[in-house]
Design a protein around this ligand. Structure first.
Ligand code: ADP
Ligand code: MG
Length: 348
């Protein structure tokens, strides 16, 4: 069989780790990013720097690859849709369109009889005024949010004026859940009822940014099973191909809620690189390139720590690691506050 070339849209750390996994499977990668400094170019075979709406460059990209996937959700739907007329795009563009909109995403999850936080659509400031019932809550932009960006915690109605909210955007207002824990379930779906689902991962956020992930998650058996079942139901219902992550909340009464779906590999799954026989990245490549499905097996428990901003520096300066520790440098040139620069996985 001739060598497959995989196109990856987006050039961040997820694109990098997908490229590394592809290389292991003898698959060539072309990364397409609108960031000239995109770190994935250090790991891919080829790199295209252009806007996501540059039609000519997008066509050129399509010509160079056999299959196309993406590493972040905020890619214009039109771009993915045009590409899908030329080459196979997985997960399919309609999945991305659904999930990149928080309201559509939450409506979809609720239709499956899966619990989410309570939410309401907010189109202008007046919509907020009668909503005491949803407070304290978090106002979130319906599109383009990540790592807590585009989110405003609201304690009470009187705060609204002081928040400087741009009502040119649409929002949802979500009731705040009294969190006991956050977990995520990563699943790679290959075809109907054919998937590999990883055990739930326990996540700790700081300033709405993921800081730690670990397995095993300290959760009840009921939540262990329920979270996996819901992730499977979501993946099947979307007819998803590739790796997907479902983020969950657990409240103080041990109720499970779906927080959001990421139609891609996920930061909380980085520990699968070292803790499983097949990582979330390799599984994604296997699924979108129609390669063999290998049953996953846990090799070890693990903890992953995100190295944010200048926390990367001691590791770059050859901090001594133990044999059970694995350091990943995303090779981002500029160190910025709140920027994910690398991670450290420790096997336990
Ligand atoms: P992002 O797209 O930025 O990941 P999320 O909706 O996942 O946005 O929010 C980021 C984090 O903020 C969550 O992981 C959680 O810690 C906190 N958070 C968000 N919404 C709620 C909520 N309704 N109740 C409690 N915590 C929340
Ligand atoms: Mg999130």
């Amino acid at each position: 069989m001739s060598k497959i070339t995989l196109g990856i849209i987006g050039g961040g750390q997820l694109g990098s780790m997908l490229s590394v996994a592809a290389k292991k499977l003898n698959i060539k990668t072309v990364v397409y990013s609108d960031d000239e400094k995109a770190p994935a170019q250090n790991f891919s075979d080829e790199f295209i720097f252009a806007s996501y709406i540059d039609k000519e460059k997008v066509y050129d990209f399509a010509k160079r690859v056999d299959v196309i996937t993406y590493e972040f959700e905020n890619i214009p739907f039109e771009t993915l849709n045009e590409l899908s007329k030329l080459k196979t795009v997985l997960p399919k563009p309609s999945v991305n369109r659904l999930i990149q909109h928080r309201l559509a995403e939450k409506d979809f999850v609720n239709k499956l009889n899966i619990r989410t936080t309570r939410y309401v659509h907010i189109k202008n400031k007046d919509d907020l005024l009668p909503l005491e019932d949803f407070l304290p809550g978090i106002l979130k932009t319906t599109t383009m949010g990540y790592d807590g960006k585009g989110q405003f915690p609201i304690q009470n109605i009187n705060m609204i004026d002081s928040l400087n909210i741009d009502f040119d955007n649409e929002y949802i207002l979500e009731k705040l859940v009294k969190l006991k824990k956050e977990i995520s379930v990563i699943i790679t779906r290959f075809s109907n009822n054919k998937y590999e689902v990883y055990e739930p991962i326990e996540n700790t956020h700081e300033n709405q940014i993921l800081k730690y992930s670990k397995i095993p998650a300290l959760i009840s058996e009921k939540i262990f099973n329920q979270s996996k079942e819901w992730a499977i139901l979501i993946a099947e219902e979307l007819k998803y191909i590739g790796t997907l992550c479902v983020e969950f909340f657990i409240d103080r009464n041990d109720n499970l809620y779906v927080n959001e779906i990421a139609p891609r590999v996920h930061n909380s799954g980085h520990l699968t690189i070292n803790a499983f026989n097949v990582s979330q990245f390799e599984n994604h490549i296997r699924a979108v390139c129609s390669l063999e499905q290998i049953p996953i097996k846990k090799l070890s428990n693990a903890v992953m720590i995100n190295l944010i901003g200048d926390q990367i520096i001691p590791y770059r300066n050859n901090l001594k690691l133990n044999d059970n520790q694995f350091f990943f440098d995303y090779l981002k040139k500029d160190i910025k506050k709140n920027r994910k620069m690398g991670h450290l996985t420790t096997l336990k």
